[in-house]
Ligand binder design. Structure first.
Ligand code: PHE
Length: 320
């Protein structure tokens, strides 16, 4: 009986046939019960052997049926739990951050003019962030109230201008770079201030670079960035590292109304800066500019609170 039972179980071609074998041998009215019923008629000394044999049959048959059930249920003919025709589950797609978007567009425009991307670290030396940029020892931006100083004596850069210094100290003119990156200032966060923000720096140094080149470059940028109708104007300003210095406004339409909006700081590189980085101010001239990315993104997308840009709320971010 053992051999036929195991052979029948092995031969079962599908789950139904297997179930029949199970019922035939293992159910309450099955053949194995009949065998067990015979136990009382077996002579006493043979009982242990008989019982052992019957138990072994039960165990082996049960195990075999279980194993075959598992194989048949996952096989292609059984009730498959894997259906390759069901559509897959797509991971939720993210979207580009508005800061990244605006930065990429600015960089792209300047690249068409031959500017290459340069960068520098967030932790800077006082020399790169202030001294080499001709910033006097008593300049307010050096104040601990405004700049994050580290115990090491270094600081978190408060603008991307130190990349100018790094690049000039390690390259000879002519140079034409654009440098996007993070900046840090000790501002109390509110709707328009963040202690961590982003700038894009630009620097062009060669023989005979003039104010006309600066104006032409920025006008080209403005048109590419905001469209042919945009106008630009230069307002005199002061930066320690440029002379003359300007704040540059763009005139364009925001929320259905055209108006002048301050976009960037710029100027002709101060000869003192050239001296500090080892360039000869009698041989080269240059212009530099720096613009805040958050402000641009907020104006372009109508974002009212700068903090929205840092909260990483997908409901906000997925709109851009
Ligand atoms: N570094 C200046 C700022 O953070 C911007 C600037 C860069 C101005 C380059 C002139 C030239 O405000």
């Amino acid at each position: 009986i053992k051999e036929t039972a195991l052979a029948e179980a092995n031969a079962a071609a599908d789950a139904a046939a297997l179930e029949e074998v199970r019922i035939k041998y293992l159910s309450r009215k099955g053949l194995l019960q009949d065998v067990m019923a015979q136990l009382k008629d077996v002579p006493n000394e043979e009982k242990p052997l008989f019982g052992k044999g019957a138990n072994q049959l039960k165990q082996e048959l049960t195990a075999l049926i279980k194993e075959k059930q598992a194989v048949l249920s996952t096989g292609s003919r059984g009730n498959s739990c894997f259906d390759p025709t069901l559509p897959g589950q797509w991971p939720a797609l993210g979207s580009e951050h508005p800061i990244s978007k605006v930065t990429a567009r600015i960089v792209e425009i300047f690249q068409t003019l031959g500017f290459t991307v340069a960068d520098g670290p967030d932790v800077e030396t006082v020399w790169n962030n202030f001294d080499a940029l001709n910033t006097p020892a008593d300049h307010p931006s050096r104040d601990e109230q405004d700049t994050f100083y580290l115990n090491s004596g270094d600081l978190l850069r408060c603008h991307t201008s130190p990349v100018q210094v790094r690049y000039m100290e390690s390259h000879t003119p002519p140079i034409r770079i654009i440098a996007p990156g993070r900046c840090y200032r000790r501002d109390t966060p509110d709707a328009t201030h963040s202690a961590n923000f982003h700038q894009v720096e630009g620097l062009f140094v060669a023989e005979d670079v003039s104010m006309a080149d600066l104006k032409g470059t920025l006008a080209y940028f403005a048109k590419q960035f905001l469209g042919e109708d945009v106008k630009i104007r230069f307002r005199p300003h002061f930066f320690p590292f440029t002379e003359p210095s300007f704040e540059v406004d763009f005139f364009f339409e925001v929320g259905g109304k055209a108006r002048w909006i301050e976009i960037l700081g710029a100027g002709m590189v101060d000869p003192e800066v050239f001296k500090k980085v080892g360039y000869d101010p009698d041989k080269v001239t240059g212009f530099a500019f720096g613009m805040g990315i958050e402000r641009l993104a907020m104006i372009m997308y109508g974002i009212k609170d700068i903090r929205n840009l840092y909260e990483n709320d997908v409901r906000f971010l997925s709109q851009f």
